[in-house]
Design a protein. Structure first.
Lengths: 112, 113
């Protein structure tokens, strides 16, 4: 199984940068996902890492280190609409079966 | 809009009752996943169907069951409902057996009174 840890809450100012860390333990790592979820709404896909390094997508970047079981999501030029929960999810593979497990989520509050 | 649809959006029922939640995957997706999200539990994987067959099981109670029909839509049946079953239920879909990104539907909010 997986043990996925991420901070519960973070607060930042509009225009600033916030980094959300995620650590995990898994036996058949097959990729790490970040999802954004506004309260009461569906999780929406942000990024995917399967190899070590940084993936950049506009204001959002995600980093992975498989040897350290560590990822972070970097949100730049924060906007009020970025206030949401950010979910780290790890995919395991065993033979031809895959399982996606989610962390509890980090609630980011952006203040003016 | 992810292309995954779920009905109903909201459901209010009483303890002991049975409800059915419905999900239509994105066009072309063969896998459907069901998740439960409650305030104190986070997003919990319940079950996956692939092309009509059960593919993987997570933390699904025996009171809950699901199926996927030939047109690939899926239903999640919740019976003998308890107060603790109150939660958001999400459906997600992906093209194949699970090695791809999952896209989530808008969810069904279930309230058991």
């Amino acid at each position: 199984g997986q043990n996925i840890d991420q901070p519960t809450e973070m607060t930042a100012t509009e225009g600033a940068i916030v980094q959300i860390n995620c650590t995990y333990q898994t036996s058949g790592f097959n990729g790490l996902f970040w999802y954004q979820q506004h309260a009461g709404e569906a999780p929406t896909f942000l990024s995917y890492n399967v190899l070590d390094g940084l993936e950049e997508k506009g204001r959002f970047s995600s980093f992975l280190s498989r040897s350290k079981g560590y990822s972070y999501l970097l949100l730049k030029e924060l906007q009020m609409k970025d206030s949401a929960s950010y979910l780290c999810a790890v995919r395991d593979q065993r033979s031809n079966d895959y399982k996606l497990s989610f962390g509890a989520g980090t609630t980011v509050t952006v203040r003016a | 809009d992810s292309g995954v649809t779920q009905t109903p959006k909201h459901l209010i029922t009483a303890t002991g009752q049975r409800v059915t939640l419905r999900c239509s995957p994105r066009s072309g997706d063969l896998s459907v996943y069901w998740y439960q999200q409650s305030l104190d539990q986070g997003l919990q994987f319940l079950i996956q169907y692939y092309n009509g067959e059960e593919r993987a099981k997570g933390n699904i109670l025996e009171r809950f069951s699901a199926q996927q029909f030939p047109d690939l839509h899926s239903e999640l049946n919740l019976s003998s409902l308890e107060l603790g079953d109150s939660a958001l239920y999400f459906c997600a879909s992906s093209p194949s057996t699970g090695g791809e990104t999952q896209y989530f539907g808008p969810g069904t909010r279930l309230l058991v009174l």
